[in-house]
Ligand binder design. Structure first.
Ligand code: G
Ligand code: G
Ligand code: MN
Ligand code: NA
Length: 254
């Protein structure tokens, strides 16, 4: 709970940052989106991991404020990139469980988009299976409204949890992000490769796009291209970096 005080201070006075990790479209070879990943260095210089930060924010009732700060920062930055001429670029923002369960979530998101002047179609929201499974009716309701506004819904860490595939029939989802634990063994391990291939085929049959996470090597990229994966994200392309570094990559290519 010392973290709670420090976080309140950081929200008021600074110390929080957002890094961005590019997602590359395998057809065009260009950066099509960036995932916003929060970073926090406390006043005494300690780097707090995002997992701890999110957990602390949820405990202290600050997740609404933190989530809005990340969304606002990422969307404002995207507007600047659009102004620099990178017109089609999108931004992906993660939502935590408590954040997703807040009744004001949809209106908060729409208000922030409106205030920073970003069209909803440029925003991707990333949610994990476990976040969505907690309250399926709430999830269907919220996601349907957001999606009607043009926001793209991404299922993060797909395949890593213990959930069934049944919810893919009822939840409005646009994108599957294949969990990086599969990628670690692709293409060498035949079973991991078969699973990734099957996920891509299934997603496309359901009208969804596929992003492979944790892509660290060229052979993985080649495998994913051949198997019609839509986008890749991972250290092979770029690690999460500050906005200025993304601007250079957008100018010069990855
Ligand atoms: O960035 P890595 O950079 O270490 O991120 C670790 C975890 O923290 C990931 O699971 C990521 O989804 C989560 N995370 C990073 N930034 C945010 C954020 O702004 N909001 C939420 N809810 N999770 C985040
Ligand atoms: O859970 P989520 O996918 O939102 O979190 C992204 C996390 O994955 C961040 O911590 C980020 O630093 C990490 N990450 C991004 N690319 C790679 C990669 O190629 N390999 C590994 N091991 N981690 C990655
Ligand atoms: Mn994510
Ligand atoms: Na993920």
């Amino acid at each position: 709970f010392r973290l709670g005080f420090a976080l309140r201070d950081a929200l008021a006075r600074g110390g929080l940052h957002v890094h961005y990790q590019p997602q590359v479209d395998l057809v065009s070879g260009k950066i099509c989106a960036v995932e916003a990943l929060v970073r926090w260095t406390t006043a005494d210089g300690v780097e707090v991991s995002p997992a701890m930060l999110i957990a602390a924010a949820e405990e202290c009732g600050l997740i609404g404020e933190l989530g809005d700060w990340v969304l606002r920062t990422a969307c404002s930055q995207l507007v600047r990139w659009h102004q620099l001429g990178f017109a089609g670029l999108r931004v992906a923002v993660n939502l935590s469980a408590r954040q997703f369960s807040m009744p004001s979530l949809v209106t908060d998101i729409m208000r922030t988009l409106d205030e920073v002047g970003l069209e909803p179609r440029f925003l991707d929201l990333e949610l994990t299976e476990s976040v969505l499974m907690r309250d399926m009716e709430h999830a269907i309701e919220c996601l349907s409204v957001l999606r009607r506004q043009g926001v793209r819904i991404c299922l993060d860490d797909f395949g890593a949890g213990y959930s069934s595939l049944a919810y893919l029939q009822v939840l409005p989802i646009d994108v599957l992000k294949v969990d990086r634990s599969f990628m670690a063994r692709v293409p060498e391990a035949a079973n991991a490769a078969a699973i990734v291939d099957a996920i891509i085929t299934m997603a496309h049959s359901l009208g969804m796009r596929v992003i492979a996470e944790g892509v660290e090597r060229e052979v993985q990229c080649d495998f994913l291209s051949r198997h019609m994966c839509d986008e890749v994200q991972g250290y092979y392309v770029c690690k999460p970096v500050p906005a200025e570094a993304v601007t250079s990559l957008l100018r010069d290519g990855v």
